[in-house]
Write a protein that binds this ligand. Structure first.
Ligand SMILES: NC(=O)c1ccc[n+]([C@@H]2O[C@H](COP(=O)([O-])OP(=O)(O)OC[C@H]3O[C@@H](n4cnc5c(N)ncnc54)[C@H](OP(=O)(O)O)[C@@H]3O)[C@@H](O)[C@H]2O)c1
Length: 235
């Protein structure tokens, strides 16, 4: 827990100035999850995703940090066909309030028949779960679509086959927020700052240091919802 401190001494090259009116608290609400969601969206837009066609975009791990941020950022950018994939069926109202047009369970996506290609259901996918869900989604992306992958919440396996790539021209795009070049970070933060009205709809829990261990358990057991910020003051 050494990162949870009011003041930390860091290399200056690790630091990005606050963008466009964001407060320190806003920047922590967004955090690495929001930055990663914004990178995922940027990568899909570079691969052809454009709101003028209103593509169908699936977001996995929808109630988590990256998932909720991705839905809010997509909505802020004007995308309307956002499919939230979540195992928490009681969170549909929250996900719809962020901008999801439809809620789907992972069980409805993961196919037991293991066919190398399935019906084309999604134009683009933002995946932060990995494992069987990401594997299955790759076979369901429409011709010319793309999937960004940033996480391994359910596992690191990706047991795929070559057909989605050579018969449908699908692109698989890896996202890394850690070593992303410093000179490009400000632009991403600027875009995030313009979406704060949408981001503020995400459930945000303030956690005190003494209850942090309990919260970390809930993250590990996939029961967490939205973003958590740790309150260091007044301990
Ligand atoms: N590449 C990068 O630079 C980068 C940056 C940030 C995060 N990440 C990674 O991205 C992933 C998501 O981060 P996050 O901050 O969104 O995490 P999070 O808040 O814990 O959310 C993860 C979500 O994934 C879903 N999930 C499905 N199966 C799960 C399982 N077996 N265990 C836990 N969650 C499961 C759950 O959503 P539902 O219940 O709604 O299905 C859960 O809420 C993590 O693997 C994280 O390490 C990578």
């Amino acid at each position: 827990m050494c990162g949870y401190a009011q003041y930390a001494r860091l290399q200056s090259s690790w630091i990005t100035p606050l963008s466009n009116g964001l407060s320190l608290k806003d920047s922590m609400i967004v955090g690495t999850a929001g930055f990663t969601a914004a990178l995922s969206i940027q990568s899909l837009q570079q691969a052809g995703m454009n709101k003028s066609n209103q593509p169908t975009i699936a977001v996995t791990g929808a109630t988590g940090g990256v998932g909720t941020m991705a839905i809010a950022l997509l909505k802020a950018k004007g995308y309307d066909n956002i499919i939230a994939i979540t195992s928490k069926d009681n969170q549909s109202p929250m996900l719809k309030s962020l901008g999801a047009s439809d809620i789907v369970s992972p069980q409805d996506i993961i196919k037991d028949d293991n066919k190398p290609l399935q019906s084309q259901c999604f134009d683009y996918v933002i995946d932060c779960v990995g494992g069987a869900l990401a594997t299955s989604l790759l076979t369901q992306i429409s011709y010319g679509g793309a999937m960004s992958v940033c996480g391994n919440a359910s596992g690191i396996a990706l047991n795929t086959n070559i057909l989605p790539f050579i018969l449908r021209g699908i692109r698989l795009i890896g996202i890394d927020s850690v070593a992303y070049p410093n000179e490009k970070r400000l632009r991403i933060w600027y875009e995030i700052s313009n979406a704060m009205e949408f981001i503020r709809k995400i459930p945000i829990t303030e956690v005190r240091l003494e209850t942090l261990a309990h919260k970390l358990d809930s993250i590990q057991h996939a029961t967490n919802i939205g973003r958590n910020i740790v309150s260091i003051n007044n301990q």
